[in-house]
Design a protein around this ligand. Structure first.
Ligand SMILES: [Fe+2]
Length: 384
């Protein structure tokens, strides 16, 4: 996050004595990325954050390929993924490569008896249905329909839901997720042409330090394994922090679309970037206003990327037979385009209410059995 933020109490100068009321020291932790070169924050704990009591059983959660080499366009009916009580068990990886896992989840219960940390990947949660609070050791972020939650790797968190009706579209990224560099100036500030800016971000708040000893389970995901670790103190014992590395939220409804006289290409919808994929937000907007414009996209050969579209709401102008929660996958190597009739039908239309999230990956995606279970099977022939 190219933004400085601080919460709670911190010492005047870093790496100096910061004492509690009883005279004992707080414990400083640097929470950084890319060695000591990336964004970082300095956290001040009541207890040493290193007090491992036990390491229990490890669960293999690495995705397995049911289709390793995919050349078919696919349509996955995302809402057919079954709701499950537990947040981690509810997460079903449908598409993956070595850079990114694309996950659908319909968790019903809040995470209350353990904490979770993804040690390998940044997690980008898109909230399709539901709401609640993301609780982290750096503060809380309330979320609702349409929010992206960006949780940097290594962040210990719990997720609490307001109701059992939740649908999440999750991107686990093995490369850091940033806002696009071209939207930011030399100092990292979002420029005037960016479709969003710092004011739109939901920053952590309500930092509360828990001074508790006991048995605290943290499930740590690393190398495709879910490790069961027991710590001696409550992980949310931070009294204050400052820096640039922290979780944040951003509502898709705050993305201000860029429009033109003729069709604008997908990069105008870009919201996040990594070195291995991009994330775009397709939001309600005015259509192209050249008198001869064709608002539907042209056929395109995304030779270098697999294109994943998650349909959130509204009518998707270039597609037929699409419903909420569906995922279309258009693989690299073959062209795709508007469905028959939609190209012509788009002429003269003034605007669209479509809402969708796109993930374009630079390496091909593999499909899991969970994806095949919700695959319509015939989508690849739907242009005939
Ligand atoms: Fe496309």
């Amino acid at each position: 996050m190219p933004l400085y933020h601080k919460l709670g109490a911190i010492p005047q100068k870093r790496h100096t004595q910061f004492r509690k009321k009883d005279g004992s020291l707080h414990y400083e932790q640097l929470f950084g990325t890319i060695g000591f070169d990336g964004m970082s924050s300095l956290l001040y704990h009541l207890h040493r954050p290193t007090q491992v009591k036990e390491v229990g059983k490890t669960l293999d959660v690495a995705p397995r390929a049911a289709v390793e080499y995919n050349i078919k366009s696919r349509l996955l009916k995302g809402l057919e993924v079954r709701p499950e009580d537990d947040y981690l068990q509810s997460r079903k990886t449908v598409l993956f490569n070595s850079d990114v896992h694309i996950v659908l989840a319909a968790p019903q219960e809040s995470m209350t008896d353990y904490f979770y940390k993804n040690a390998d990947a940044d997690e980008l949660l898109f909230v399709h249905e539901g709401g609640g609070t993301l609780k982290t050791l750096m503060g809380d972020i309330d979320f609702e329909y349409g929010d992206y939650l960006l949780i940097p790797r290594g962040m210990i968190y719990q997720i609490h839901f307001d109701t059992p009706n939740n649908r999440l579209f999750i991107t686990e990224s093995y490369h850091p997720i940033y806002t696009p560099k071209r939207y930011r100036n030399w100092f990292g500030q979002h420029l005037e042409h960016s479709p969003f800016c710092e004011r739109d971000f939901k920053l952590p708040q309500n930092l509360k330090a828990h001074d508790e000893k006991g048995d605290f389970v943290i499930k740590v995901k690393k190398q495709g394994q879910l490790h069961h670790m027991v710590y001696a103190t409550h992980p949310f014992d931070v009294v204050g922090w400052d820096g640039y590395n922290f979780p944040y939220g951003f509502s898709i409804h705050n993305f201000e679309p860029i429009t033109g006289r003729v069709h604008q290409p997908p990069p105008v919808h870009q919201t996040f970037e990594t070195s291995a994929f991009v994330v775009c937000s397709f939001c309600p907007r005015l259509y192209d206003y050249h008198p001869e414009a064709i608002p539907a996209p042209y056929n395109h050969s995304n030779i270098d990327s697999d294109e994943v579209l998650y349909y959130v709401d509204g009518d998707f102008m270039s597609r037929k037979g699409i419903d909420k929660g569906y995922i279309s996958l258009h693989p690299a190597g073959i062209p795709h385009g508007p469905h028959p009739g939609t190209y012509e039908a788009s002429i003269g239309k003034k605007g669209t209410e479509e809402l969708a999230v796109m993930v374009d990956t630079f390496k091909p995606l593999q499909l899991t059995q969970a994806a095949l279970d919700i695959d319509d099977g015939t989508y690849y022939q739907s242009w005939l």
